[in-house]
Ligand binder design. Sequence first.
Ligand SMILES: [Zn+2]
Length: 66
Amino acid sequence: MSLFQQTDFNASCACAWCGETTVVEVDPSAGPVQRYVEDCQVCCRPNILIVRFAPDGTAAIETLPE
Ligand SMILES: [Zn+2]
């Protein structure tokens, strides 16, 4: 049995520019809703990532073109 002390895990999101699905590392300990900018690993254009953590710990990521 684990104590659920995981501080980061990976979630997938689709680039708002090229549509490519990439995997990003998210950190639930930084808050239930997070917003930051990350460059796409494929087309290098900046995406605004809005990460929302559900009560069960799963992350949903919305991407917007910056
Ligand atoms: Zn892209």
